[in-house]
Design a protein around this ligand. Structure first.
Ligand SMILES: NC(=O)c1ccc[n+]([C@@H]2O[C@H](COP(=O)([O-])OP(=O)(O)OC[C@H]3O[C@@H](n4cnc5c(N)ncnc54)[C@H](OP(=O)(O)O)[C@@H]3O)[C@@H](O)[C@H]2O)c1
Length: 290
């Protein structure tokens, strides 16, 4: 049986990976167990467990905050990832690392393939791309999974919830909700992503893979679907990125083509609306049974 170390184990994706890898010899590590920015900590903790496979979901991904603290973004998203890759190479481990659709500039306006050149627009995106490049430069036996618009039951502790939870909370406050309509993405269920990550690991394939639910929408359309599927009717208005005025630039279009996954024999993930409906039902069930 493979020994698997999971970093970021109580995050949105991490907590779903912990469930899906339950039948492995799994060591789930939270931020309190291991800070990947601490090089000595990596040596000590990974040395204790000697994993065959490292799953790294940890990131500093408050995208606007990264503009103010680019050195911290680089430390966690690039240098720490470099160290993980170095450790994996020295100890003959496989590293699976999670990256982002934000490595692209959004100018193409058609789904991005793994072969398309990146063009990061923010400190966060540059740091995540640097993390990818370090892995590729150091370690042959790696898997990099780029995903997009993640939401999961655990909520992102780093971001204080997730977009779905934020929308549901705002709907209860009775104010007008403005959401950008000029950034197109694919909302992706952390649960479904975790299932597909496991399938990909089982193929034994290495390299860079795009992995998202199917289809595309703007953040405004995502919000509208959340309210429609929840039977809520708050005042929802579309706005533009310019009017919204976030500190970090984001791609206007960051839909990822999952064709490379199909090339290793894996099915597409489901349509984003189907996965969203399942998430909303699951969270309702959890609230009712709490
Ligand atoms: N969320 C999205 O929309 C999105 C989109 C595309 C790609 N991604 C990528 O997907 C991955 C997973 O995202 P997620 O939404 O699951 O994030 P998340 O819920 O915030 O989980 C990240 C986990 O990593 C931990 N962590 C943060 N900094 C750490 C450090 N220095 N050392 C060790 N652990 C640390 C966090 O713990 P604390 O909270 O306690 O610090 C948290 O448990 C990330 O690599 C992210 O860049 C996310």
């Amino acid at each position: 049986m493979q020994k698997v170390v999971l970093i970021g184990a109580n995050g949105q994706l991490g907590s779903e990976l912990a469930k899906i890898f339950f039948d492995h010899d799994l060591v789930p590590l939270t931020h309190a167990d291991l800070d990947i920015a601490d090089a000595k900590g990596i040596e000590k903790v990974l040395g204790q467990h000697s994993p065959d496979l490292i799953l790294n979901t940890a990131a500093y991904h408050r995208v606007d905050e990264c503009e103010e603290f680019p050195a911290r973004a680089y430390e966690v998203n690039a240098l720490a990832v470099r160290h993980l890759a170095q450790w994996a190479k020295a100890h003959n481990s496989v590293l699976l690392h999670v990256s982002t659709d934000y490595v692209f500039d959004g100018c193409l306006r058609r789904p991005y393939t793994e072969a398309d050149p990146p063009g990061p627009l923010s400190a966060y995106a540059v740091s995540k791309l640097a993390g990818e490049y370090f892995i590729r430069a150091i370690l042959d036996r790696h898997v990099i999974v780029r995903t997009c618009g993640l939401y999961g039951i655990a909520g992102s502790s780093g971001k204080g919830g997730n977009f779905v939870e934020t929308m549901l909370r705002l709907a209860t406050e009775g104010k007008e909700i403005r959401v950008v309509d000029d950034q197109v993405l694919t909302p992706t269920s952390a649960k479904e992503l975790a299932r597909k990550v496991r399938q990909l690991v089982e193929t034994g394939a290495y390299g860079l893979y795009h992995m998202t639910n199917n289809g595309a929408c703007s953040w405004y359309e995502f919000a509208a679907a959340i309210f429609e599927l929840s039977g809520l009717t708050p005042r929802l208005e579309p706005t533009t990125s310019a009017a919204f005025g976030a500190r970090a630039n984001r791609p206007a279009y960051s839909v990822l083509d999952n064709a490379k996954l199909r090339s290793v024999g894996l099915d597409d993930l489901r349509d984003w609306r189907v996965a969203l409906k399942e998430y909303l039902e699951e969270r309702t069930h959890m609230v009712l049974s709490a």
